[in-house]
Design a protein around this ligand. Sequence first.
Ligand code: OSB
Length: 472
Amino acid sequence: MATNLTVNILDIKSGLPDNWLIGCDSREFARIVDRVFLEITQNPAQKTPPKICLAEPEPVQFLASFTAARAAKGPIFLCNPNWVKPEWEQVFDLVQPDIFLGQYPLPKNSHIPVRQGGLRLYSREFHSSGKSGFDTIMIPTGGSSGKIRFAIHTWETLTASVQGFQQYFQVDQINSFCVLPLYHVSGLMQFMRSFTTGGKLAIQPFKELETGKKSDIEPEEFFISLVPTQLQRLLQNPDTANWLGRFRAVLLGGAPAWSELLETARNYQIKLAPSYGMTETASQIATLKPQDFLAGNNSSGKILPHAKITIRSAKGDILCDNQIGNIVVNAKSLALGYYPKNFGDSEYFQLDDLGFFDKNNYLNIVGRSSDKIITGGENVFPAEVEAVVRSTNLVADIAVIGLPDKDWGQVVTAIYVPANSEVTVKNLQAALEDKLSKFKRPKYWVIVEQLPRNSQGKVNREKLQEIALKYQ
Ligand SMILES: O=C(O)CCC(=O)c1ccccc1C(=O)O
């Protein structure tokens, strides 16, 4: 029954249209929330709110478990159900969860008691939550390369991002069409945008969309978020490309886009909104409006109202228009820290990204500071070289890195997937001659079948180094 819900405290139904989660009856949703809430709060040994790991691959279960975990006021750690053993071990060491919701990742072993209903207790004694407080939402970042970290967010930081979005796009109720994972900031924020503004949320696995299957919604009323590799795949099917063109806006983020991709999207008249943001800022803090995109602008757009960005020199001085420097962020949506540490009182958050504001105040991202290659004393940014090589249409995929070199400091090295079997290094070099200064042109060309990219389309640069060094 939908009455007498334990989680009435959350008022999950108030202000929401009955069918806010498309394809799931609201009362059914509330029942699942209620059940999970009871499971979480049943344990009598509980002294403090439990730390909850959420690794639920099924979207409705994920959202209901998330809602119940919030009602139980425990810190929630969003987990990728596809993590492998070393990643899970890292997470268990760092988090020491009390409760696990979803698919238990490690083999059933004796020292972890298993309860019915999919709930497993990691330990009977609850660990204290430390400084971070209880009502926190930890969103994973990193993973494919190096250490998993959890950015500490709260309902307030996440809703600050939603409000910035509402103002920027001048919408009251945000309807989202989600094909990105809910444990990732890009997926979770689509739920937040819909849930907190009384909008609708439709969820479809990306794979289904890729095969041409389209949900029964009116795209004109929805925002959809994609990462560049997803957009590229969808644009290969003209039917799907035209369907994408009907969306209110197609938010593009998560990784740098390349100019050919933008051009193709423009040819289909897709109302694209390329954005800049990250887990630590609860998704986008700068976004290009679709009308600017369609008019030919390729920047990351203007800053959302809840955020501030300054471009600074290495010494911290604020730079003028068109000067490239470090991107420094202050935003109401900024994470409080990386679990279990808070950032402290620092008002600003310095990212690894380099960029500049042009004379019309549009943000332009140049690349990652740590990806910058210095060869013979000259600076080379991989993103620029990658974009130019892509524009030759001779490669299906490419990433550029710097390899250590005793003469040059670093040498520009391209790891690429040729567009077809006829492409040779000679062709590639010839095609770049009048397009890139000599010092920017790759000296080494390493051919691969596939680049190491994660599901978000981000390339793993440490792996690239390994691959390239093997071929040197
Ligand atoms: O990858 C990240 O860290 C953030 C990227 C992200 O949230 C995003 C990814 C794709 C499309 C839209 C968005 C967004 O900022 O809303």
